[in-house]
Ligand binder design. Structure first.
Ligand SMILES: [Fe+2]
Length: 157
C-alpha cells in the first residue's frame, strides 16, 4: 500500500516498500501453521481482541494519510524483533516443538539492518513528516504494549 501511495518522485520509498512486501511474503502462513501445530486448531477458533483491531486500524489510517508514516509503524516492531526475539525463541523451544515456533524464528533471522534502513529513510524526511512518523511510532509502540497486556490478562501468561 505504501508503494502504491508513494509519489513517482520518490523511487526509494517505492522500491523499499516493494522489497519489504516481498520479505513479508508467507509470514501469515507461519503464524497459522504455528497455531495448527500447537493446538490442532484454526486461527478462526480464536477471538480477535479489540486492541488488535485498533492497532491494525491505526496503521491503516496512518498509511492513508502519508505513506512515510509507515516508518513509524515498522520501526518499533523491527526494533522489538532485533532486541527480543532471539532470547524469546530460546525460551520457546524449551517448551514447544521447534516447528511450532516458526513465526518467531523467521523474524528472529530477519535482516537486522531493517532498523538502520528505517532510520535512514526517516532522516531523508522533512521535519513535519518526521514529527508525524514519531507520533505513529509512539502510537504503534503503545498499542502493541496494550495488545500484549490484553493477551496476558486473557491467557494468564
Ligand atoms: Fe513478518
Amino acid at each position: 500500500m505504501a508503494a502504491g501511495w508513494s509519489g513517482i518522485e520518490d523511487r526509494k520509498l517505492f522500491d523499499g516498500s516493494l522489497k519489504h512486501l516481498k520479505e513479508e511474503e508467507g509470514h501469515e502462513f507461519a503464524a497459522v501453521d504455528d497455531i495448527r501445530i500447537l493446538d490442532g486448531g484454526s486461527i478462526e477458533d480464536y477471538r480477535r481482541y479489540g486492541i488488535t483491531g485498533a492497532l491494525a486500524q491505526v496503521q491503516f489510517e496512518n498509511l492513508l494519510r502519508n505513506p512515510y508514516y509507515l516508518m513509524g509503524t515498522i520501526l518499533p516492531l523491527e526494533t522489538l524483533v532485533v532486541e527480543t526475539f532471539r532470547p524469546i525463541y530460546q525460551r520457546l523451544i524449551k517448551v514447544y516443538p521447534g516447528e511450532a515456533c516458526k513465526m518467531v524464528k523467521i523474524h528472529m533471522d530477519d535482516d537486522p539492518d531493517h532498523v538502520a534502513k528505517g532510520l535512514e529513510q526517516i532522516e531523508r524526511c522533512g521535519p513535519d513528516v518526521r514529527k508525524e512518523i514519531l507520533s505513529a511510532y509512539d502510537q504503534t509502540a503503545e498499542l502493541y504494549r496494550l495488545m500484549i497486556q490484553v493477551i496476558r490478562e486473557n491467557t494468564g501468561a
